[in-house]
Design a binder for this molecule. Structure first.
Ligand SMILES: [Zn+2]
Length: 227
């Protein structure tokens, strides 16, 4: 992430509008919210888009005809009040400028420091630390460190997968991704990311359902990678 700022470069790969709307509405899971927050921290363009979404959302709420109170149950009313509270936004929605440290501020509540995190070796050149245990729906968030020249198994997706590059870079069938960039993959996409730079690629991967590995290596790694 800090690499993006040092060079004055802005991300080229952005999340879809649907994801920004979901984020603005606070309806994404924690893993996806964290991925979006990491991207937003280095993307003025998406921060501006999010501000527009917030403005439109507020206008829509004001334009709704007032519901007669007697038609609402107490639970409905409480739910409405809850929904109107600004602090109901995901806690990760704070744009923390990247600091001196190599550990992005947004990740510190999850891992402390990257250097001291309990990295597990998944395969030659691939290490992982899990940030969020998988939810009942199968979502997850984890960090991967991929050595230069190393390819992840070719895989498809049972749901949405967001990858945010924090440092280094990777290339897959859809493009090249550097610090700050988001790769969004869904049921339609099968891809094989390769760390293509001279430095290790550090990225966060958030999913909302288990991935399906397709190649032989992928099937062998599936139980270990737990993506
Ligand atoms: Zn963006």
């Amino acid at each position: 992430m800090t690499g993006a700022c040092k060079t004055g470069h802005h991300p080229k790969h952005h999340p879809s509008d649907a994801l920004l709307v979901g984020y603005g509405a606070g309806s994404l899971g924690e893993g996806l919210s964290l991925a979006l927050a990491l991207h937003l921290a280095s993307c003025p363009e998406c921060r501006a888009a999010l501000a527009d979404i917030d403005a439109v959302g507020g206008a829509l709420l004001e334009a709704l005809p007032p519901e007669p109170l007697e038609r609402l149950t107490l639970a409905d009313t409480l739910a409405c009040l809850d929904a109107a509270r600004p602090e109901r936004r995901p806690p990760s929605r704070h744009f923390v400028p990247p600091g001196e440290s190599r550990t992005p501020s947004l990740l510190r509540p999850y891992v402390g420091s990257l250097a001291a995190a309990p990295w597990q070796r998944l395969a030659p050149g691939v290490r992982r630390v899990e940030l969020l245990p998988r939810t009942p729906r199968g979502g997850s968030a984890q960090l991967l460190r991929i050595a230069p020249g190393t390819a992840l198994p070719h895989h498809g997706h049972g749901g949405l997968e967001l990858t945010v590059v924090l440092s280094g870079s990777f290339t897959d069938e859809l493009g090249r991704y550097v610090a700050g960039d988001v790769a969004e993959a869904d049921d339609e996409v099968r891809h094989q990311p390769i760390a293509d730079g001279h430095e290790e690629c550090l990225c966060l991967i958030a999913t909302d359902a288990p991935l399906r590995f397709t190649g032989l290596m992928g099937r062998l790694m599936q139980p270990f990678i737990g993506l």
